[in-house]
Design a protein around this ligand. Structure first.
Ligand SMILES: C[S@@+](CC[C@H](N)C(=O)[O-])C[C@H]1O[C@@H](n2cnc3c(N)ncnc32)[C@H](O)[C@@H]1O
Length: 209
């Protein structure tokens, strides 16, 4: 079946099953930077993958809900949590975010590289994510700001959004939020052929007033 015929759940499950580990296993650098110094509370990780961020947060005292469409990715995160003695701090939930409507609030809501080559209503999901942030809570959105050379994107695909464009797409009520970080950060990324490329990430951190 070609990628375009697969549902998002099928695509991502197949993607994770291709290898024993899809990502580095470490937390994302932007999360480490932006969440460092926050008092631990309740955190929500959207599209948590194999759980590198959820595990990092849990090890620092956060109680984490990790939402992810791939059961294989979730199982890998849960196994690591078990080995690290963090099982009771992380709730691993199989969830298609396209159908997700938050009914709780969190002190930190994090979306790290929530991108997909198959259908993903990212703007809509991020708008809903903003409603899941508790008063004085943090919304952290990190995404690729450019396609890497090995990306399979089509030339007529829309460009990836800048932090300002992400902010605008959230359509937030005026005066309710403070922008803590809105910037491009360069990061060295290793491609499938082992070569290193410096790529920009769009980092947006907001605090609900
Ligand atoms: C590029 S990966 C990033 C994973 C992780 N946040 C990280 O930074 O390592 C995108 C993640 O979003 C998940 N995802 C994609 N579409 C989704 C959807 N509709 N609902 C839930 N998760 C989804 C994928 O399975 C994948 O784990």
């Amino acid at each position: 079946m070609s990628e375009t015929q697969q549902t998002p759940a099928e695509f991502w499950e197949a993607r994770y099953r291709q290898s024993d580990q899809a990502w580095s296993g470490r937390a994302n650098a932007a999360l480490e930077r932006e969440a460092d110094g926050l008092a631990p509370g309740r955190a929500l990780d959207l599209g948590s993958g194999e759980g590198g961020d959820a595990l990092w947060l849990a090890a620092r005292g956060w109680r984490v809900t990790a939402l992810e469409i791939s059961p294989t990715a979730l199982a890998r995160g849960a196994a690591k949590a078990d080995s690290a003695g963090l099982t009771d701090r992380i709730n691993w939930v199989e969830q298609d975010l396209a159908e997700w409507h938050p009914n709780e609030t969190y002190d930190l809501v994090s979306a790290q590289f929530l991108h997909s080559p198959v259908e993903l209503p990212r703007d809509e999901i991020l708008r809903r994510a903003s409603t899941a942030v508790a008063p004085r809570g943090i919304l952290l959105i990190v995404g690729h700001a450019a396609f890497p050379p090995w990306s399979t994107h089509r030339h007529d695909d829309p460009a990836l959004p800048t932090p300002d464009e992400v902010y605008a797409s959230l359509d937030l009520a005026e005066g309710e939020w403070t922008v803590l970080t809105s910037t491009l950060v360069e990061r060295t990324v290793t491609g499938p052929d082992g070569s290193n490329v410096v790529m920009p990430d769009a980092v947006l951190t907001l605090r609900r007033n």
